[in-house]
Write a protein that binds this ligand. Structure first.
Ligand SMILES: Nc1ncnc2c1ncn2[C@@H]1O[C@H](COP(=O)(O)OP(=O)(O)O)[C@@H](O)[C@H]1O
Ligand SMILES: [Mg+2]
Length: 380
């Protein structure tokens, strides 16, 4: 575990970049430092690997002051990833990734084999191995940066705005990849960003810093959304706080109705049995949703797909959050959301009203500590 104990950094020109910051950074989790530009995020990160020395206070790694070990040993235990990846332009992708193991004396062949393995791990095609950084897209270069940081298998990864320079779609891919890698490798990651959505998505815990390098709040993202410590944090979180919080509530407990789901081959008796329902969801013969209809507009044996209303975006109970379910219901012209299984077959439908009740129930469960586990992550 990394412990930052009352650390202050005052640069020689008098700028106080970090002011009496204390943080306990848990092992094998992603801790995010977020805050506006100039609030001391980079300075804090660089104090952890001693690229910057604190003016006051200390930083402990597994209980020992980091100043008690040689700086090279310390840095070897900490991979470092920066914006624009910082790759060596005159080296191939494979040799970029193999840099640190080669410096540590790993034979070339072995280091390259490990680098090839890492390329796969970060989602890079093997055909890129012999290329040079300028021949790769920004997103691919960031993946190389992550692979290079992982090459010596350090327990800690320090990441300074690694995904800030790529476009939103690529960024989302990189974030998903990082979460997957973290799930597989269980590194201790300290991740710096100025993007609160990125912080909420990636962080097991999020430290919100304010200008002057002071800690405003340190909490799991769901707690930031439900209980911002002050007006600064609330403002920084931005709009839609309540809706975004629904991402942390699972949809698995929603009471689904199956009666209003009818196959396109439904006979007259089946349709008569559900004629009281406000809306029916018609599925194809495999059970995949086709669209909505009022019961009186359906005739057994002659259901016209073209006349059905769009069923919008379905959700997968157990995988998706209440936010996704609510979104499906809000988008649907009927006000009902469609639940599907992993193969896209309808498993039931649920009304906005029932989702609203589930939201209220989730709030009271949260208030009673049901989701207090710090490992609770946003569901899709
Ligand atoms: N080497 C330096 N000398 C003087 N001031 C610095 C130096 N590096 C950063 N600062 C100042 O310290 C503050 C925090 O900077 P930084 O840690 O880079 O913030 P962030 O990464 O959150 O944008 C800023 O006011 C910045 O201008
Ligand atoms: Mg910075």
């Amino acid at each position: 575990m990394i412990r930052i104990e009352s650390v202050t950094k005052r640069y020689p020109d008098g700028t106080v970049a970090v002011d009496r910051l204390s943080l306990e950074i848990p092992d094998r989790a992603i801790t995010v430092l977020v805050g506006p530009s100039g609030c001391g995020k980079t300075t804090t990160l660089r104090m952890i690997n001693r690229m910057v020395e604190p003016t006051e206070g200390s930083i402990l790694l597994d209980g020992t002051d980091i100043r008690q070990q040689p700086v090279n040993t310390l840095r070897r235990s900490m991979g470092y990833v920066i914006q624009h990846a910082g790759l060596f332009q005159h080296r191939t992708i494979l040799d970029n990734i193999a840099t640190v193991p080669r410096l540590l004396g790993t034979p070339k062949k072995e280091a390259r084999a490990r680098a090839a393995e890492l390329m796969e791990r970060v989602g890079l095609d093997a055909s890129l191995a012999k290329r040079y950084p300028y021949q790769l897209s920004g997103g691919q270069q960031q993946r190389v940066g992550v692979a290079r940081a992982l090459a010596a298998d350090p327990p800690v990864l320090l990441m300074d705005e690694p995904f800030s320079a790529v476009d939103p779609v690529v960024r989302k891919g990189l974030q998903d990849e990082l979460l997957r890698i973290q799930g597989e490798l269980g590194k201790t990651i300290v991740f710096v960003t100025h993007d609160i959505d990125e912080a909420i998505k990636l962080g097991t815990r999020v430290a919100v810093l304010r200008t002057g390098g002071r800690l405003a709040q340190f909490a799991p993202p769901a707690d930031l959304l439900s209980a911002p410590a002050d007006a600064f944090v609330e403002d920084f979180l931005g709009a839609d706080r309540g809706i975004r919080r629904l991402s942390f509530f699972p949809s698995v407990d929603l009471q689904l109705q199956t009666a209003p789901v009818v196959g396109i081959d439904a006979d007259a008796a089946r349709l008569a049995a559900v004629s009281h329902a406000p809306w029916l969801l018609v599925t194809d013969l495999d059970g995949r949703p086709l669209g909505w209809s009022e019961p009186e507009r359906l005739t057994a044996g002659a259901i016209d797909r073209e006349r059905l209303l769009d069923f919008g975006r379905p959700f997968v109970p157990g995988t998706d959050s209440l936010r996704t379910a609510l979104d499906g219901a809000v988008l649907s012209p009927t006000g009902w959301a469609v639940a599907v299984d992993g193969e896209g077959r309808a498993v039931g439908v649920v009304s906005q009203q029932v989702i609203g009740e589930a939201i209220r129930a989730a709030h009271s469960r949260a208030a009673n500590g049901a989701y207090a586990d710090t490992d609770v992550k946003a569901v899709r």
